[in-house]
Design a binder for this molecule. Structure first.
Ligand code: UN1
Length: 519
């Protein structure tokens, strides 16, 4: 193992000299297939992980249920105290864990550390929540009666997360689920097992120190079969899935068919709209971050850019200046802005998107090609590198696949408009509805954008880019993005079982609606 990798792993107490167990349910085990963690920057194999066998999944599910039955009796503020300690433990390893995200996922250092910060933030939020998950007292129409709406713990929450946020998305779910009194079982992406092992270690130490069962935050690494084992199990009360629309559609059906709860965070196809009165000194860097940050692999990445005709030439010229110095760099180096794509397959997806653009007559004005080995410096040749791409289309047809498909790569497709209404129509004309961003200083545009005839996405920003949301508001999207909400806002209400309790304190037992049913 390179010293670059071994330093990061040992700082997180991950042994580098043996196969790693990829299952945790109070103890570490793993008897399934081997998963390889491959560094997307260099191609180096970072570790071999023993994933969950079908028996491991069954054991983990049983342990999760047992842990839930104990944990649901713990008062919520006490659960919050555990979260507070998890928050502290994560913050103490912020740099190390952030570096592991960069090493294993490939996003650049500041974004890797930012992702850990996002987990810290949601843990803070959930500590507060643990004293504020309030139910309600509802006025009863009957004398001497009260109606309570009581949030009770839900059960076992299965979290299936994607490679692109290998720490934070689990964090959103774990923090709310734990505050709510549930046990959580995590099935991470098979290509980021080390991040999940490192996080689970940190969390499990806190649980063990507090004499709680480790299975409150269990882990089953693995591929499709492990995911199916969790999704299909009636022992899992809610499945929170982040990933592609194709897989999400199946997950949704399976969970629905057994009447479980499902929370879906699927594709994004996010647009930024730039009006002629926009402050370009803010809009250009925001679009640059949205399109190139995480090498275009956030579900909130900016994929579509709609420029008002009056501002298009100067916007594109300024954007070009931001793209020009980009070159492959080690995501671990502080100055790097362009990391690799996470997998080799993603390079093929990028190339297909470029072909589609060319077929539509749009020659990219920037990028347009993957890096070949000959273009790359020593050390990077085993990685997955593409040139961030910008292409302007003369004719915009939102029915064309090139606009409708989410390509998980840094490809920004640009259309030119004359009226805001037209741009909003384009914004809404795709199947996905995650994030959107309008750049203007005219309050009348803002009113249109955030109102009934405005953006139909879950995230509707003004003078803020499409990606990089804070944790305070509920995060999620509409339409084929799946309507799920995670993180802040009212998202916690999905992680509980609501009990409507009508209580009669009186000496009579009248029926509602005045119904008389005497013998
Ligand atoms: C994702 O890409 O799955 O808003 C989540 C953002 C981040 C989370 C993205 N806070 O870009």
């Amino acid at each position: 193992l390179s010293t670059r990798a071994s330093g990061i792993l040992s700082a997180l107490d991950i042994p580098t000299d043996r196969e790693l167990p990829g299952v945790y349910h109070g103890e570490w085990t793993g008897t399934g297939d081997i998963l390889e963690s491959v560094c997307p920057t260099t191609g180096e194999v970072l570790a071999r992980v023993r994933s969950a066998s079908p028996q491991d999944v069954r054991t983990a599910l049983a342990k999760s249920r047992e842990a839930y039955e104990l944990f649901r009796m713990v008062p919520a503020p006490k659960r919050g105290e555990v979260l507070r300690q998890i928050r502290e433990a994560l913050a103490a390893k912020r740099e190390e864990l952030g570096a592991l995200v960069s090493l294993e996922m490939g996003k650049v250092r500041t974004e890797g550390v930012g992702e850990v910060q996002e987990f810290v933030d949601i843990a803070d939020y959930a500590v507060g929540l643990s004293r504020m998950m309030n139910g309600r007292v509802v006025a009863s129409e009957r004398p001497g009666h009260s109606i309570l709406e009581v949030p009770n713990p839900l059960g076992v929450v299965g979290v299936l997360s994607a490679f692109n946020f290998p720490v934070a998305v689990y964090g959103w779910n774990l923090a709310l689920s734990l505050a709510a009194g549930n046990a959580t079982l995590w099935k991470p992406s098979p290509s980021t097992p080390l991040c999940s092992i490192a996080v689970t270690k940190i969390v499990s130490h806190v649980l063990e120190r507090n004499s709680f069962p480790g299975a409150i935050a269990g882990l089953v690494t693995g591929g499709k079969d492990v995911g199916e084992g969790v999704v299909g199990s009636t022992d899992v009360d809610m499945v929170s899935f982040t990933g592609s629309e194709t897989v999400g559609r199946e997950v949704g059906k399976v969970v629905q068919s057994r009447f479980g709860k499902v929370l879906l965070e699927l594709g994004g196809n996010n647009a930024a709209i730039v009006m002629p009165d926009a402050d370009l000194s803010l809009a250009v860097p925001a679009v640059f971050f949205g399109a190139v940050g995480t090498a275009g692999q956030r579900c909130t990445s900016t994929r579509r850019l709609f420029l008002h005709r009056d501002v298009a030439p100067s916007f594109l010229q300024k954007l070009q200046a931001f793209y020009a110095p980009l070159k492959p760099g080690d995501p671990l180096d502080a100055g790097t802005r362009l990391g690799p794509l996470h997998t080799r397959a993603a390079v093929g997806v990028f190339e297909k998107a470029i072909e589609r653009l060319r077929a539509a007559g749009a020659e990219p004005m920037l990028g347009g090609r993957a890096y070949t080995a000959a273009d790359l410096e020593d050390g990077f040749r085993g990685g997955n590198w593409v040139r961030p791409t910008v292409a302007v289309l003369d004719k915009v047809d939102m029915k064309d696949e090139l606009w409708r498909t989410e390509t998980f790569a840094p490809v920004l497709t640009v259309g030119i408009f004359d009226e805001l209404e037209q741009a909003i129509e384009w914004n809404n004309a795709v199947p996905q509805g995650l994030s959107s961003s309008l750049w203007t200083r005219d309050i009348r545009n803002v009113g249109k954008w955030i109102g009934p005839a405005g953006s139909d996405a879950g995230i509707v920003n003004v003078n803020v880019g499409t990606s990089g949301a804070e944790i305070g508001a509920a995060f999620g999207g509409n339409k084929s993005t799946g309507w799920g909400r995670e993180s802040g806002g009212d998202a916690w209400k999905q992680y509980v079982r609501w009990s409507a309790c009508t209580i009669n304190f009186s000496d009579a037992a009248p029926l509602a609606q005045g119904v008389q049913f005497d013998s």
